[in-house]
Design a protein around this ligand. Structure first.
Ligand code: ADP
Length: 470
C-alpha cells in the first residue's frame, strides 16, 4: 500500500490543509485591518495638519505673496507633521515649499489632489516620490478665506516607509505564526495518527499471519477506545479459532485411533482364520468376535454421522409435547430392560409440557441416556425417568442404580471419546460419543445437561429445556 493512502498521511495532510486555510483567512483579515488602520491614521494626521497650516496661511496667498516667509512657515509645519509641506496659490503654482534645496518653488503643481482642493475638496492619494525614492501619502487641503473663496492649497506628502516597515513586520510575524502552527499541528497529528494506526498495523500483521496458518496470534491491547475494543475482539476470535482448530485436529486423531483398534483386532482375527487350522467351534468363535468388532465399527460410524449431522444447523424446530415423546421412547425400551433383568419406571406425571425442538434429536437424547443406564446398571437394578417443571424449564431426569461415576471423571464424561472404564465400555459396545451427542443436541435446544453420581450407588442425568410459551 502506498504511504499516500495511509490514514496517517491523509489525516496529517487534512489537518495541515485546514490549519493553512484558517491561518490564511485570519492573516488576510488581520493584515488588511491593520493596513487600513495605519493608512487612515496617517491620512487623518495629515489632513488635520493641512487644516492647521491652512488656518495659518489664510490671507497670505493673495495679492503680494511673500514666498520666503511662506517657505519658512512650511518648514515649521513640515517638522511638526513629519511631512513635506507645500503651499500653492489659486492657480496651483507653488508659493512655499518646506524643501529649500531642489524644491518646487514657482512651479505649477500638477496633481489630482491639488486640483480637487482648488475645487474645494479634501482628498488623498498614494504615489511614488522620485525625490525620496519611496512611496508617499499625498493630501491636499483648500485654503478658504472668510468670504468662502479659495485662494490656494496646502499640499502635504508623508513618507510611507515607516508604515510599510511596520506592515512588513506584521506580515513576517503572520508567516512565522502560520509556519509554527503548521509544524505543531502537523507533528501533533502525525503522532496522534500514529497512535491510532499503530495498533491497526499490528492487527493487520496478526491477521496476515493467521491467514498464513499461524493461528496462535495475540495483540497487546493498550487502550479502551474503539481500536482497543477491536484488538480485544480480535484476540478472542483468534483464541476461539485456535481452540476450534486444535479441537478439530484432536478429534480427527481420536477418530483415527478409535477406528484403528477394531481394524487391528479384525485383521488379527482374519489372519488367524486364514493361516491356522481350526476346529469348527473355534472358527465360529473367531467369526463371532469379528462380527462384534464390525458392530463396534458400525456404531462408531453411526455416532460420527450423527455428530456431523448436528454440525449442519439446518434442523427445523416444532412444538413438541415432551411428556408424550418420553412415554413413547420408554415404551420402546421396556422389552430391552426386562430382557436385561432391569426395571424401567415411567414416572412422568406432568401433562402437556411443550417445548420447541426437533423430535428425532430429542429421541436420540433420551435413547442415549437410557442406553447408558442399561449398560452401566447390573441386573436387578432400576432406572426411573421423570419429568417436571422448574421456573420456565422442563427438566427430565434419568436415574439409575448402576455403578456410578467417580467424582474425578464427572466433568469429562460429556467430552467426545471420554470413557471412565475402557474395559467395561468395550464390553457394552460404547463408542464414547453418546453423551457428547446428548450435550450437543441439548445445547442446540438452548438447554442444559448435567449429572449427579455416586460410585456403586447410581447416577442421575438431567437435561433442562425451555418450555414453549402457550
Ligand atoms: P459410551 O458410548 O462409552 O457409553 P458416553 O459418552 O455415553 O459413551 O459415556 C461416557 C462415559 O460415561 C461412559 O464410558 C461411562 O464410563 C460413563 N457413563 C455414562 N453413563 C453412565 C451411567 N449411567 N452410569 C455410569 N457411568 C456412565
Amino acid at each position: 500500500m502506498s504511504r499516500f493512502y495511509s490514514i496517517r498521511f491523509r489525516l496529517t495532510a487534512t489537518f495541515l490543509a485546514i490549519i493553512l486555510a484558517v491561518m490564511g483567512i485570519i492573516s488576510l483579515f488581520l493584515y488588511s485591518t491593520l493596513e487600513r488602520y495605519y493608512m487612515s491614521n496617517l491620512e487623518d494626521t495629515l489632513i488635520r495638519s493641512g487644516f492647521l497650516a491652512s488656518d495659518f496661511v489664510v490671507g497670505h496667498l493673495r495679492g503680494q505673496i511673500d514666498s520666503v516667509r511662506l517657505s519658512s512657515l512650511a518648514e515649521d509645519m513640515s517638522r511638526q507633521a513629519q511631512a513635506r509641506v507645500l503651499f500653492t496659490d489659486q492657480q496651483g503654482t507653488v508659493v512655499g515649499d518646506s524643501m529649500r534645496v531642489g524644491g518646487l518653488l514657482n512651479q505649477a503643481l500638477e496633481h489630482e489632489v491639488v486640483r480637487a482642493a482648488l475645487d474645494g475638496n479634501v482628498s488623498s492619494t498614494v504615489g511614488f516620490s522620485e525625490s525620496i525614492q519611496h512611496h508617499v501619502m499625498q493630501v491636499a487641503v483648500p485654503v478658504i478665506e472668510e468670504n468662502e473663496s479659495i485662494t490656494g492649497v496646502v499640499f502635504l506628502a508623508a513618507s510611507l516607509e515607516e508604515v510599510y516597515h511596520t506592515l512588513y513586520d506584521i506580515r513576517r510575524f503572520l508567516y512565522l505564526a502560520t509556519v509554527i502552527a503548521m509544524a505543531v499541528v502537523g507533528g501533533g497529528s502525525a503522532v496522534l495518527a500514529g497512535r491510532f494506526t499503530g495498533p491497526l498495523e499490528s492487527l493487520t500483521a496478526a491477521a496476515r499471519k493467521m491467514a498464513e496458518g499461524k493461528l496462535d496470534q495475540h495483540i497487546e491491547v493498550t487502550s479502551t477506545d474503539e481500536i482497543g475494543r477491536l484488538a480485544e475482539q480480535f484476540n478472542i476470535m483468534a483464541k476461539r479459532l485456535n481452540y476450534y482448530t486444535s479441537n478439530l485436529k484432536k478429534f480427527a486423531a481420536d477418530v483415527a485411533h478409535e477406528v484403528r483398534t477394531p481394524l487391528t483386532t479384525m485383521s488379527l482375527l482374519t489372519k488367524s482364520l486364514k493361516e491356522h487350522e481350526m476346529k469348527p467351534e473355534q472358527q465360529k468363535e473367531f467369526i463371532e468376535d469379528l462380527d462384534d468388532e464390525l458392530d463396534r465399527l458400525t456404531a462408531l460410524v453411526n455416532d460420527l454421522l450423527e455428530l456431523a449431522k448436528l454440525e449442519k444447523n439446518n434442523i427445523e424446530f416444532e412444538k413438541v409435547a415432551l411428556n408424550r415423546l418420553l412415554h413413547d421412547v420408554l415404551g420402546e425400551y421396556q422389552y430391552r430392560f426386562s430382557h436385561a433383568g432391569l426395571k424401567l419406571l415411567d414416572d412422568i406425571r406432568e401433562q402437556d409440557i411443550y417445548i420447541y425442538g426437533a423430535p428425532l434429536q430429542l429421541r436420540q437424547v433420551i435413547s442415549n441416556l437410557l442406553d447408558n443406564a442399561l449398560n452401566y446398571t447390573q441386573a436387578g437394578g432400576t432406572v426411573t425417568v421423570s419429568l417436571y417443571r422448574e421456573a420456565n424449564e422442563a427438566i427430565t431426569k434419568v436415574e439409575d442404580t448402576g455403578c456410578g461415576i467417580p467424582e474425578e471423571d464427572l466433568s469429562y464424561i460429556f467430552e467426545r471419546f471420554y470413557r471412565v472404564d475402557w474395559a467395561r465400555t468395550r464390553e457394552v459396545g460404547g463408542t464414547g460419543l453418546g453423551l457428547a451427542i446428548v450435550s450437543e443436541i441439548v445445547a442446540k435446544h438452548d438447554g442444559r445437561v448435567w449429572v449427579e453420581s455416586e460410585e456403586k450407588v447410581g447416577s442421575r442425568f438431567y437435561f433442562a429445556l425451555p418450555i414453549a410459551e402457550k
